[in-house]
Design a protein around this ligand. Structure first.
Ligand code: AKB
Length: 320
């Protein structure tokens, strides 16, 4: 790959992935895009940036021609919680955005498209523990519906047009650079910020809610390793389960209490509880391990130590 376009560079994963890919492929070879949120100085000053609404195919073609793009990473999406408040918006952004990316990549003969999926493809009928790679996909959220359709579309473009499409089912992603927005797993990020700022947090899902989670350095590694994997070795394409850790909110709070003993947590579940309850506890990622060597590095405690250190430093500097 010579020139990569990242759609959704201002979001939680996109912002860090863009910088990481710029380190590997060179600043000018990774073009960042965002819809309207102001990009960080780091993002703006380290390489090209274009404002772009993910569903505009003509503008996408213009950008791809301008920079001679040969791979697209489509990080733009409306996540699960916002998707339940605005289902038509979720359909529009997630599906119309995706189909225009796939069509432009096909028409312009691109080398690769990366389309993230999510544990949201699963639903209440899916086995909850160590959820298999191949299993029941009957999500109950609009976000999940668009992610299942996205996986099927990706695999269709591989089979029908020979386009190299890849994707992974992200668990909840925890990070300290850009806040997530509109997801169900957002509590696992907010809890660290509130622990540092106020030593207390009110969680919108119950104490015993268990979900698969991953720390950002592992998320970046998984994404880049999959992008760089040998296509001929892949049996799956758009739908890799990737696991790292799995914990309840209670266990997460206990991990924080090891470092902030007077941290307090309260529970006030809202509509996001039903979404969390429809997702797995943990996933079986043996296909990712076998086909492209996936192996996570962080567990709950090593992540907590790092999160509290980084967010603590930002707080001391008055940045949060
Ligand atoms: C969400 O909570 O909607 C996302 C996801 C698991 O895909 N973080």
């Amino acid at each position: 790959m010579k020139k990569i376009l990242i759609i959704g560079s201002v979001g939680q994963i996109g912002s860090e992935l863009t910088l990481e890919l710029r380190k590997i492929y060179g600043n000018d070879n990774v073009v960042a895009t965002g819809r309207k949120t102001k990009p960080s100085e780091k993002l703006l000053n380290s390489g090209p940036f274009e404002f772009f609404d993910t569903t505009g195919k003509e503008k996408l073609i213009e950008i791809c021609k301008k920079y001679k793009i040969d791979a697209i990473v489509n990080m733009a999406a409306i996540l699960s919680a916002t998707g339940e408040e605005k289902p038509m918006l979720a359909w529009h952004v997630n599906m119309n955005g995706l189909i225009s990316v796939l069509e432009v990549a096909r028409e312009m003969n691109m080398e690769q498209v990366l389309v993230p999926s999510s544990i949201a493809v699963f639903g209440p009928e899916t086995p909850v523990d160590n959820t298999p790679q191949e299993t029941i996909l009957r999500p109950t959220t609009m976000y999940g519906v668009t992610k299942v359709a996205g996986e099927l579309l990706g695999d269709y473009y591989v089979r029908r047009f020979g386009l190299d499409v890849r994707g992974l089912r992200y668990p909840g992603i925890i990070s300290n650079e850009t806040l997530p927005g509109g997801g169900t797993t957002d509590y696992a990020v907010a809890i660290y910020y509130e622990a540092i700022k106020h030593k207390k947090y009110t969680c919108f899902v119950k104490e015993d809610t268990r979900l698969p989670m991953m720390y950002m350095p592992d998320c970046l590694k998984a994404t880049i390793d999959l992008m760089q994997a040998d296509f001929s070795k892949l049996k799956h394409h758009s739908d890799f389960n990737v696991g790292a850790m799995s914990f309840t909110v209670g266990e997460l709070a206990d991990s924080i209490k090891k470092y902030i003993p007077d941290f307090e947590i309260k529970y006030e579940p809202d509509f996001r509880q039903a979404i969390a309850d429809s997702w797995p506890n943990s996933v079986d990622d043996s296909a990712a391990r076998e086909e492209w060597g996936w192996k996570p590095s962080y567990d709950l405690d090593s992540m907590t130590q790092d999160m509290l250190k980084v967010i603590g430093e930002k707080h001391k500097k008055g940045l949060i």
